[in-house]
Structures are given as C-alpha cells and as structure tokens.
Write a protein that binds this ligand. Structure first.
Ligand code: GLA
Length: 370
C-alpha cells in the first residue's frame, strides 16, 4: 500500500477512525421518523489527514480506485463522483453550514468492508468529519457532525438515505446498542453485551453487492413518504395499524412494514432493559419477514442465510441495512456458532452460491481520534 508520505510528500496531522454498524432492529424506518437500534462494530475506516491552507483537497484510498484532487469550491452536488464524494461531501456540508474549513490531504488507509451493508460510506464520512472538526477547531458536537455527514450523502453523493448509519458510527459506545429516535435525533445507550449471556451476533455477508444510490432504496423511501401523505400524516411514526385501513396493495404493505417495525423496536428495547436478550429472537425473525414480504428489500441469499441460521440453532436472524444484498445477522448461542456457520456455508454451496463471509459483531466504540 502506498503510504501518506509517498502520496502527499508530507506527514499527516493525525489519524481518525470511525466504525461500521450493524442494526439490531428498526430497519427502513429512519426516514419515517422511526426508532432504530444499531450498534458500532469493530470493523472501521481509518483516515490519515493533513490540513492545507490553500483550499486544495487531495483524496486517496488504499481500497478504492482513482483518487480525486480539486479545489474546495469544486465540491458540490454530484461532484466529485464515486467514493471521494463521501469524504469531500463532508467538507462541502460543513461549509454550507457556515463553518470555516480549509483544504485537506486525506488517505483512507483502512476500511469497513465495502458494499457489505455495514455502512462503509457512513464510516468514511464520520471519520472525515471528526478529522476536519479537530483540524480546523470547529468544536462541533457529534450530532452536528452527523448532520453534516447525512447532508454529504444526500446532497453530494445523491443517496437519499436516512440518518441511522452516521448516528451509529459517531454516537455508539462499547457494550451498548444505540436507541435512536430519528424524529428528534435523541439517543439512549441501551446495555447490549451478548457475550455476557453466552450469545454472539454473527454477521453473514452474502457478498451480493448492493448500491444505495441505485434507485430501489429511493423508491422505498418515496413510497413511505407517499403513504404518510395519503393518510394526512407528516410521517408514519404516529400511524397505527388501524390507520392503514385507508391503504391497500403495495402502499399498504410498505406502510405496514414501517408501523410494525417501529413497534418491534420498542419491544426489543423493553426486553433488553429487562435483561432478556435471548428473547428478542422472534422479533428479529418477524423483522426479516416484514422486510422480505411487505417491504420487498430482501433477496434469495439473505433469506437463505436467515432460514439456515435459524434451523441450525440461531435464536433469530434478519437482514440488515438497505437490503438487496449485503449482510444478515443471527443471534446465536456461543455453543452453536460453529454449527450455524458451517450450515450456512453448506447451504450456499448446495445452492451454487458464492461463499458468504461470516464474522462476529461485538458492540464497539464509536468514532475517535487514534
Ligand atoms: C441504509 C441507509 C440507512 C437506513 C438503512 C435501512 O443503511 O443508509 O439510512 O435507511 O439502509 O434501515
């Protein structure tokens, strides 16, 4: 790998890390003012950054193709395209919010697995935001930084994602899941330590790659917003199942996912608060069914991973993230971890599918300077 010094002919001012995330439950509700319960994982993105005084921006990544170089003023909606937009977009969003930000040299030296549904894009945004905040003395709090990251993704990259991933990367703490209320941005750290209960969260990466800017995600978001408008509501947050009687067909199914998923988050949090982690299994399963049947964002590989994990000893399993590929999680007793992993691999082989990548997810700390 080409180091910072070789690329930029100088030393970085520092290194900043931001983790990927797994969402325990509360999927596809963060753009409907819903509740979600993500946690930070150990996989992280690391950026090495040096401040510049001439308004130039140079971006390179060890894992991606071409870098980008340009002026701060050249950054805006759609520019730069590709991975560099996530990092550059943060500079743009901070300037749009009125902050005085200079140019930077930035190398992405380590990354959350790309396209696995573990929020590599948010991790890059959040690591960049933290670096820029420190280097230019902005003194913004993490919520403000998260807002800039979301703006970068929505406006510069053009992916209409909600704010869960950025909040998870910036606000998570080790040993907890983050209860995020996307209506007002408030959060609560919910104790979540699977190992203490003899449990493990496995992440099964189907290696089917998805891309959030690809249209399907935006279509789902639009459908959810349209359903709220049809019901005369600002969002589906306050809708009840009975309210949905006014809908039918596809709009009904989309809205039903959101309403039932928000209710499942509340139930899951109550169980965690009660020290009954193992009992959230059925909620994970119900979440997956709702995402697959009502929201239609699963795929054959995600369904197979979940079904097989359950059949071989997981208490529950569901797809995570935007869907159409990426990863599933399974809540598994430690004694069954090997069985579950072997069964899932065998099932993929039997169906002629690419081998999934299986890793453990431990609730880890949020973004920080190294
Ligand atoms: C992606 C988006 C998030 C969220 C999830 C689905 O990860 O970036 O904002 O909408 O999909 O829950």
């Amino acid at each position: 790998m080409t180091g910072f010094r070789n690329l930029f002919d100088r030393e970085p001012d520092g290194r900043w890390a931001a983790p990927g995330r797994v969402n325990l439950i509360g999927e596809h509700v963060d753009y409907a003012e819903g509740l979600c319960l993500p946690f930070a994982i150990a996989e992280r993105t690391v950026v090495e950054v040096g401040a510049r005084t001439d308004g130039r921006v140079r971006l390179q990544s060890a894992a991606e193709g071409e870098g980008w170089e340009g002026a701060l003023d050249a950054i805006g909606p759609g520019s730069p395209a590709g991975w560099a937009g996530y990092a550059a977009g943060v500079l743009w969003a901070l300037r749009e919010a009125g902050h005085s930000v200079g140019g930077i040299d930035l190398l992405v030296s380590e990354t959350v697995p790309l396209g696995a549904g573990l929020s590599s894009s948010a991790a890059l945004e959040c690591a960049t935001a933290l670096a820029v905040n420190d280097l230019f003395g902005l003194a913004l709090d993490r919520r403000e930084l998260a807002a800039a990251c979301i703006r970068a993704e929505n406006d510069v990259v053009g992916a209409s994602t909600g704010g869960m991933d950025q909040a998870a990367s910036l606000l998570s703490t080790a040993g907890h899941a983050l209860l995020l209320d996307t209506r007002d941005g408030s959060t609560r750290q919910v104790p979540f330590a699977p190992a203490d209960d003899g449990l493990r969260v496995l992440v099964i990466d189907t290696r089917v790659r998805h891309h959030l800017a690809d249209g399907q995600y935006g279509e789902r978001r639009a459908a959810v917003e349209k359903a709220a408008a049809t019901l005369g509501l600002h969002s589906l947050r306050d809708a009840t199942l009975r309210d949905l009687d006014a809908l039918d067909g596809e709009p009904l199914r989309r809205a039903r996912h959101v309403v039932t998923e928000i209710a499942r988050v509340r139930e899951a949090v109550a169980l965690l608060d009660d020290g009954r982690l193992q009992d959230i299994g059925p909620l994970l399963d119900a979440s997956h069914t709702s995402l697959a049947k009502d929201f239609e964002v699963s795929c054959r590989e995600l369904d197979l991973a979940c079904e097989t994990a359950r059949a071989s000893g997981a208490f529950g399993a569901r797809m995570v993230g935007g869907g159409f590929g990426g990863s599933a999680i399974a809540l598994v007793p430690v004694s069954r971890v090997d069985d579950v992993a072997t069964s899932v691999r065998d099932a993929f082989t039997a169906e002629g599918l690419r081998q999934p990548e299986i890793r453990r997810a431990d609730p880890s700390e949020g973004a920080h300077r190294l």
